[in-house]
Design a protein around this ligand. Sequence first.
Ligand code: FES
Length: 164
Amino acid sequence: MNDDLQTRIQAALANPQNLGELADADAVGTVGNSDCGEMLRMWVKFKQQDGKRVIDRATFQSFGCETAIAVASLATELIRGKTAEEALALKTEELAGELGALPPMKIHCAQLVEGALRSALAPAAVSPKPLAESKPIPPATAPTLLDSFAQPKAGGVKITFLEP
Ligand code: FES
């Protein structure tokens, strides 16, 4: 990895945005990469704006590497104010934002973020529910990643493993 990219990643990590569980999220997606063992979960909350259902806030937790955390930090800022369809239309390299082009060995880190976003947003994009029908995810079905690992048989969490 070149020094410029490492510097940009460190800058993003120095002040990570949108880190942590979003207790009243409308959607949640969790993905894992079985090759490197990293996991990332993303929560999304919608709001009505100008007659559209747009992303009000997105947060994440990760056991991912520094690159995945940096991309998730930037991507959760980038998708604010976008509809689910607009967010889903973003390409992997767009989610990496100001990090710029990633080296081949780090592209899957951004794909982890993209996968979590798709996992969270795909149902909303296909059948958007009016906000009044949106239900907060109770803590029991939206445990933290640490909870998931501590109680792997507690169930209720769908983890999508990305294709190698
Ligand atoms: Fe696997 Fe970054 S090394 S997500």
